[in-house]
Design a protein around this ligand. Structure first.
Ligand code: ACO
Length: 448
């Protein structure tokens, strides 16, 4: 099959959010630390009414309904998540509830887990199925979502919550470019969840940032090689979208790609007598990839050097990430969708969008999508118009209430039997929610 890729997208996040400037005051940190320093405006979160199963049920059912799909036409569902409520039973099996009425139980695919990377692994699996001898002509769907909550402390403002559902098949307006994919994986403990009774990770913030940037360097090197190095540089990407733990890191990452280009140009044979970086500040002329992680001076110069490229290629992708926060596996796809929503259609057509996906632990890949203009692209973008409307119709909750709700979430996570007394007023219409957990920890869901 030709032009295999993403044919439709739906995206969900909670109706409640907390304002990051208010959170700065509540946490007693200096004004601007979360908003300027991390680049975050708001953070979406949910009460115990929503768990990972309900979040994925909402994203999946909305994709199906908005695009007029029928459950009997779907032959594969891959889920990416790191939010675990059951060590054995997958989210995918819960999604099978939606297939029960039509009687389609012939649906391949299960969950993939590694921090924020699982959604990309799920996408690669779905695309591979469509391109394989096992494909029977039916559609594949990828669902990636997470509830990202941190213990009180400096990581808490980098939480978030959301899920994406994507229809995958041939003839797509967003085509995965074949052969243009690079991966970097390694064994590190930068972020992990050893306490199986808690949703909170153990995180080494500075190490996780270094690992992220090192993974980015390695993926970009591999991607550029496959795309025809030494000629490949940032200018051959019309847009670059990144996994966004917080928006400032994304801006630093785009700057990091500029450093990669400089280092690559330095080692390439040049016809001119002057070195290619002679006009640059000294910090950049001497900078190496390995020696510059966490180097504030190099970071500052690179951000200034790449500011224009950032505005043109990446800034538009941060609409959801800045207002909902880190959604782990859904984060990079929130950036992809934001770029599609924020860029005029005529400009989108023909673009090459480079995607960088990172999951701590660690797993990372860089690949690219080629945008095919036309009616399919228009329909894809039109059917996501509700995402922006939902973003603007959310309800602000005070930091104190946010903190109380998170405490209640943590307490009730594995309670059995349990049924929340909270009102469903806090949910968007059409949202699936956790109705009850029985004494044997079996969960049932209802829809608002
Ligand atoms: N005004 C403006 N900027 C400020 C202010 C202020 N008043 N105060 C601090 N800042 C800046 C800092 O200078 C820093 O920016 P810089 O690094 O560009 O210099 C930024 O705000 C953050 O301040 P730090 O003191 O570095 O923040 P802290 O160490 O408290 O926590 C961290 C930040 C490490 C990101 C933490 O939130 C965390 O651990 N988050 C989870 C881990 C994470 O997201 N890792 C990323 C990759 S892995 C993943 O996706 C989970």
């Amino acid at each position: 099959p030709a032009d295999v890729g993403i044919k439709a997208i739906d995206f969900v996040f909670p109706k409640m959010y907390v304002d990051q400037a208010e959170l700065e005051r509540f946490d007693g940190v200096s004004a601007g630390k979360y908003t300027e320093g991390l680049g975050q405006k708001q953070m979406g979160f949910s009460s115990e009414l929503e768990d990972i199963n309900s979040l994925c049920l909402t994203a999946f059912s909305q994709l199906v309904e908005r695009n007029g799909l029928r459950y009997e036409e779907i032959g594969r569902v891959d889920v990416g998540t790191e939010t675990i409520v059951d060590k054995s039973k997958s989210v995918k099996t819960v999604l099978m509830e939606l297939f029960a009425e039509c009687g389609n139980h012939d649906v391949e695919g299960l969950d993939t887990t590694n921090a924020c990377y699982g959604g990309t692994a799920a996408l690669f699996n779905a695309v591979a199925w469509v391109e394989s001898s096992a494909w029977d002509g039916r559609a594949a769907v990828v669902v990636a979502g997470d509830i990202a909550v941190y213990a009180k402390g400096n990581a808490r403002p980098t939480g978030g919550c959301g899920a994406v559902a994507m229809l995958v098949g041939p003839g797509a307006p967003l085509v995965l470019e074949r052969g243009l994919r690079a991966t970097y994986m390694a064994n590190v403990y930068d972020f992990y969840k050893p306490d199986l009774t808690s949703e909170y990770p153990v995180v080494d913030g500075p190490l996780s940032i270094k690992c992220y940037l090192k993974a980015l360097d390695n993926c970009y090197e591999g991607y550029a090689r496959r795309a025809g190095r030494p000629h490949f540089d940032l200018e051959q990407a019309d847009a670059v979208v990144f996994h966004s733990p917080f928006c400032k890191l994304v801006q630093k990452s785009l700057a990091r790609l500029a450093l990669n280009d400089l280092v690559r140009a330095r080692s390439a044979p040049s016809a001119s007598a002057a070195p290619p970086d002679a006009h640059l500040p000294e910090a950049l002329r001497n900078a190496t990839l390995e020696g510059s992680y966490g180097d504030r001076q190099v970071e500052k110069e690179l951000m200034a050097l790449s500011r224009d490229a950032f505005e043109r290629k990446t800034a538009r992708s941060l609409l959801l990430a800045s207002r909902v926060g880190n959604m782990y596996t859904a984060s990079v796809y929130s950036c992809l969708l934001s770029h599609l929503l924020e860029t005029p259609l005529a400009q989108l057509a023909g673009q090459r969008i480079v995607v960088f996906s990172y999951g701590s632990g660690l797993a990372s890949s860089m690949y690219s999508l080629r945008v095919k203009g036309g009616a399919e692209l228009e329909t894809l973008v039109e059917r996501c118009a509700h995402v922006r409307q939902n973003l603007d119709s959310r309800v602000a909750v005070s930091p104190q209430q946010f903190s109380d709700i998170l405490e209640q979430r943590q307490k009730s996570l594995h309670a059995a039997p349990y049924a929340s007394q909270r009102s469903t007023d806090e949910l968007f219409a059409g949202t699936w929610y956790l109705a009850a957990i029985d004494e044997k920890h079996r969960r049932t869901y209802a829809r608002k």
